[in-house]
Design a protein around this ligand. Structure first.
Ligand SMILES: Nc1ncnc2c1ncn2[C@@H]1O[C@H](COP(=O)(O)OP(=O)(O)OP(=O)(O)O)[C@@H](O)[C@H]1O
Ligand SMILES: [Mg+2]
Length: 259
């Protein structure tokens, strides 16, 4: 399989700060590709640029062979890119199921219809969408909570709900920004299983994560950012032993873990 996403010399400037500096990236379709690096190294900024939430200062992003310059984030979702956010973004006044239904919006034919009498095909579409969302909730281990308000769930479940909503858009590429943040150590395994299941279902995954055990165990490839520059890329084994990566990131992390 070829590359599903390509980033070509991406730079992003915020005033005097160069948050991304000429980043080159190729994401193999069907893989789990992680982006790691110290706080402030540009990981979230990279996701924002890749998903069109943020305009790059220079450089080009291609998704599924198409240059996505100038395209709205919602159109990128329709093309097959979905994401979750570092700061949880769920709708607190909607039930778990309704949150996932929101993810179906780009797929609905009936979204523009506001008729007094609802045509049968609209009712049918609504029913099949609910069924699909229930399947997705089941896939994410959340079906039993479908009628609950998300704020009544543990934080780790709320993070999985955000993944479920992203899956409801039927993506080809799913970008997860720190999905394990706030997840108790004992529950990280469950999240890891879910991400592997997502990959198995044919969806390419890009993952930002600080939990290095998790990154090392599930990634096919890892890219390392430091001060907005990609300083290394390779398999988990290559990254683990790369002197530049140990110096910039892993060495300190391992020290932190020991303290
Ligand atoms: N909208 C913005 N305006 C100005 N500066 C920004 C903006 N967004 C990010 N930055 C800066 O860009 C740099 C990269 O930030 P980014 O959030 O991408 O880092 P990160 O690698 O995701 O860090 P973390 O691991 O803490 O989430 C930081 O110095 C940050 O302060
Ligand atoms: Mg971030």
């Amino acid at each position: 399989m070829g590359l599903i996403l390509q980033a070509d010399k991406i730079s992003k400037r915020f005033g005097g700060l160069l948050a991304l500096d000429g980043v080159e990236l190729g994401i193999q379709e069907g893989s789990i590709h992680s982006i790691v690096g110290p706080n402030g190294s540009g990981k979230t900024t990279l996701f924002n640029v890749l998903t069109r939430f943020s305009e790059p200062t220079s450089g080009k992003v291609s998704f599924a062979g198409k240059n996505i310059a100038g395209i709205k984030p919602s159109a990128v979702v329709s093309m097959g890119m979905a994401r979750t956010f570092q700061n949880l973004l769920i709708f607190k006044r909607m039930t778990v199921l309704e949150n996932v239904l929101v993810g179906r919006t780009p797929r609905l034919d009936a979204k523009l219809i506001n008729a007094f009498i609802t045509p049968k095909w609209v009712t049918d579409e609504k029913k099949s969408n609910i069924e699909r969302c229930e399947q997705i909730l089941d896939f994410c281990g959340l079906l039993e909570h479908k009628d609950k308000m998300p704020t009544n769930l543990p934080y780790a479940d709320q993070k999985r709900l955000e993944i479920a909503r992203a899956l409801a858009t039927e993506p080809r590429l799913l970008l997860l920004d720190e999905p394990a943040a706030g997840t108790p150590t004992g529950e990280v395994g469950q999240l890891l299983e879910l991400i592997l299941k997502i990959k198995k279902s044919g969806i390419t995954v890009m993952l930002i994560e600080h939990k290095m055990d998790m990154v090392m165990s599930i990634s096919d490839r890892i890219s390392v950012l430091n001060f907005g520059k990609k300083i290394a890329e390779g398999t988990p084994q290559e990254i683990r032993t790369d002197p530049m990566v140990i110096e910039a990131y892993l060495g300190r992390k391992w020290l932190d873990a020991e303290n």
